[in-house]
Design a protein around this ligand. Structure first.
Ligand code: HEM
Length: 446
């Protein structure tokens, strides 16, 4: 089904231009008896006006013994990453165990609907990241519950939800063309790309990360459900890395090629570095992106069977690093500086200049924050090979100067190209953080 068909199908399904939010459900399906029952217990003002976690918790507490009360949430406080803040969570947050990434197409042409969707997503996201049921109608036998329930009783599991807008949002449908950041466009074609439309683009994205896959999946499923009538899923991709319990030392995770991946990342605890590399500042572009950042996603499939037949020294020359320690070739310490000048007795560079690390590093002046996950999506039935690889995700304040300039170098000369193929691609402008009482993307749509 192409994009147009999907939109038509979705509109026909709901017949409404509005998201199927709690408020809509209340309007449509709440009987007077239901209303009296709940207002008797908790007060209608609370039910309708109780946006955010406080309201949801209060509604849950008041709605009777069938719904677990506030205690599990308090017990899970240590497992919670705050949703509100200057920046969105899920960017400099240490990567959780699992990723569930979703790209959405808007099916509405009304900016007011987009605003309503982002408001509804904000309310839901605050609940989802706090580990509470979303909505306030989860114990009424006569209605579909507002929360799908599979995360009921689970801890927040460090769930973060990160929202972004694709370049397509600024294509004129919503009167936002004038607000597009100057260099924010789809990525150019790179040498060797083999992109499949089913893994590319989108109007909006949600990156859900959590230490539990069911929690991350639950978040995406419920956000997609809330979006019905306004936006439809375009593609999703799950990802994983070694879990925290499998590596209590918290060392750099290894990708599916067996190498430590993330060693050369900038220091996320340094505000100065993050301002220089990741966060869009007040003089970097439109005011609505101040405190936001740009996300580049590439779905990279590994030619695992070819890699597995190559020798250890070939593999190490491909990355320019030792497999076991993660150190640059010739060094012992994983975090030793890449010395691209070092030569062996015959005058050959110790670290091959066309190795992935050497090319990605360049002269060291351009950096980005990588926050990738491995993926495994079964096997390719045509070839019998595994469809597995990397959901490469990076955050940077300028896509062209950072991601594009590095990827141009890599796509032409990287030794790693022999072992991988880029099958998906998308970029999103991740909004600044949400203040309590505000909503995602408020500075753009408000
Ligand atoms: C299949 C895809 C990829 C794999 C398996 C991969 C893996 C790695 C590994 C193992 C390292 C060395 C350890 C480290 O510093 O993390 C590395 C470094 C790096 N990679 Fe990749 N990478 C991939 C794609 C990309 C892409 C698409 C980009 C950006 C366009 C990129 C940018 C970088 C950067 C900036 C570094 C750090 C270089 C430095 O030390 O300064 N990588 N990558």
């Amino acid at each position: 089904m192409n994009k147009k068909d999907k939109k038509a199908g979705n509109d026909a399904e709901t017949g409404s231009g509005l998201p199927e939010t709690d408020a809509n459900l209340l309007d449509k399906k709440f009987s007077r008896r239901d209303m009296l029952r709940l207002t008797g217990a908790s007060g209608l003002g609370l039910l309708l006006g109780g946006s955010g976690v406080g309201g949801i918790l209060a509604a849950r507490q008041a709605s009777g013994p069938a719904v677990p009360a506030i205690a599990p949430v308090q017990a899970a406080a240590a497992d919670t990453i705050p949703f509100y803040g200057i920046h969105q969570a899920g960017i400099i947050t240490p990567a959780q165990n699992f990723l569930c990434f979703a790209s959405f197409d808007l099916t509405t042409t009304k900016i007011s609907d987009v605003r309503k969707l982002l408001e509804a997503w904000t309310t839901a996201a605050a609940a989802l990241t706090a580990g509470t049921l979303i909505g306030s109608m989860n114990d009424n036998p006569n209605l579909p519950p507002t929360d799908t329930g599979e995360a009921d009783g689970l801890t927040p599991s460090k769930c973060t939800l990160t929202f972004g807008a694709g370049p397509a949002l600024f294509d004129g449908r919503f009167g936002l063309a004038g607000k597009r950041p100057v260099s924010f466009t789809d990525l150019p074609a790179f040498t060797g790309d083999s992109l499949e439309p089913q893994w590319c683009g989108g109007d909006l994205c949600v990156q859900a990360c959590a230490d539990d896959l069911q929690v991350a999946f639950h978040a995406i499923r419920n956000l997609a459900r809330i979006a019905r009538g306004t936006a439809v899923l375009r593609w999703t991709q799950e990802g994983f890395q070694r879990s925290g319990s499998a590596d209590p030392s918290g060392g750099t995770p290894r990708n599916l090629l067996g190498f430590k991946d993330g060693t050369g990342n900038p220091d996320v605890t340094s505000d100065a570095e993050m301002r220089k590399i990741v966060w869009s500042g007040s003089t970097d572009g439109p005011a609505w992106m101040n405190g936001g950042t740009y996300l580049a996603l590439r779905r990279v499939r590994f030619r695992i069977e070819v890699w597995d037949r190559s020798s250890l020294s070939d593999q190490e020359a491909t990355f320019g690093r030792h497999r076991q320690s993660g150190a640059p070739i010739g060094a012992r310490d994983e975090f030793a500086k890449l010395n691209l000048e070092a030569a062996d007795a015959s005058g050959r560079p110790v670290i091959p200049p066309d190795s992935h690390s050497a090319l990605a590093h360049g002269d060291g002046s351009v950096q980005m924050l990588r926050r990738s996950y491995s993926y495994s999506s079964g096997m390719d039935l045509k070839t019998g090979q595994l469809d597995a690889g990397l959901v490469f995700i990076s955050f940077q304040k300028d896509l062209m100067k950072q991601f594009v300039s590095i990827q141009q170098r890599l796509s032409r000369n990287d030794r790693l190209n022999e072992y991988m193929v880029h099958t998906g691609s998308a970029v999103f402008a991740c909004f600044p953080g949400v203040r309590e009482g505000g909503y995602i993307g408020e500075m753009l749509l408000g």
